[in-house]
Design a binder for this molecule. Sequence first.
Ligand code: GLU
Length: 384
Amino acid sequence: MANADSLSETAAPSLPRLADFHRIVIKIGSSLLIDGDSVRREWLASVAADIAALHARGAEVLVVSSGSVALGRRVLGLPGGALKLEDSQAAAAVGQIALARTWAEVLGDAGMVAGQILVTYGDTEERRRYLNARATIGRLLALKAVPVLNENDSVATSEIRFGDNDRLAARIATMASADLLVLLSDVAGLYTAPPASDPDASLIPVVPRITAEIESMAGGAASILSRGGMRTKIEAAKIATTGGAHMIIADGRVLHPIQRLNDGAACTWFLSPSNPVTARKKWIAGSIEPRGTVFVDAGAARAIQAGNSLLPAGVLRIEGPFKRGDCVLIRLEEDGEIGRGLVAYSADKAAQIIGRKSHEIETVLGAPGRAELIHRDDMVLAGD
Ligand code: GLU
């Protein structure tokens, strides 16, 4: 078994600081949020104050909050222990109302606006729905609101759900191109062995790469309220770091848990070898089968090479069929491929708006639509 020192020595000098991050996802588990029968208001207010401090320095924050099932089961008087699927769905339906109200209040008291988004597995895994959720999150952040997310437990079925918010939060972090995911937990981080049963267990400050040895250090779920445990946290770390986000597991039981991390509290860092933009571009470049082609004029080619989105006005013709969210090639008629990206319109809609100014889209299609045919974040250029 490796000891914590040998693992930390190699990467310790380059340990990042919280102040380095711009878009941060904070995951809060049920056992932190709820104490006995009620929400821990004072603690939540301290988290809201920490989020306000991140906002004040210009960072964007998303919250992934558990607690709907735990809150709802109490209101409905359901028994303790594992619930049947339909009971946990009923509990989630009741508890999510209280959870959303709580977040709106505590963030509101700290001068911020909360926006609730409930997602299903499909919303994060299917490209078209993924683009929708991603766009909504982006807009909320641009409006300085705090998206508060949870799994839509009352409609998720057992086969197609995350079930734990650790992995959900990691998918949200990737989807939102966050550069940091913080899992607030009831343990201070990853230990060399389960700290409850092994007095020699020591905290690992940094995991530069998730090896089989790291995976073997994760035991099962630790408390009855949290579905996660260390195993799903390691799974989350794989998802987040592959998507270009660093991840922290930290003790959330204290007041002002984020502020304390800022001040250097002990935790475990999982480092990503990449960053969100590179990771996303690699994903677009490598793993997606192009479904069509958009031929652009020289002006549009120059604009996208200068880092802009592709607007319908600069497109001469398209070859489909493709659906919204599909990957398409971007070409100059004579010069071949200059890039590829995820297209925001289906081929028949795209055919109607090409050559038009973005402000004409609503008139042409009869409904408002996105100004870009391919957003710059969804595009990878041949030279990238
Ligand atoms: N989505 C579940 C809830 O809000 C929690 C899942 C988890 O604890 O990880 O109750």
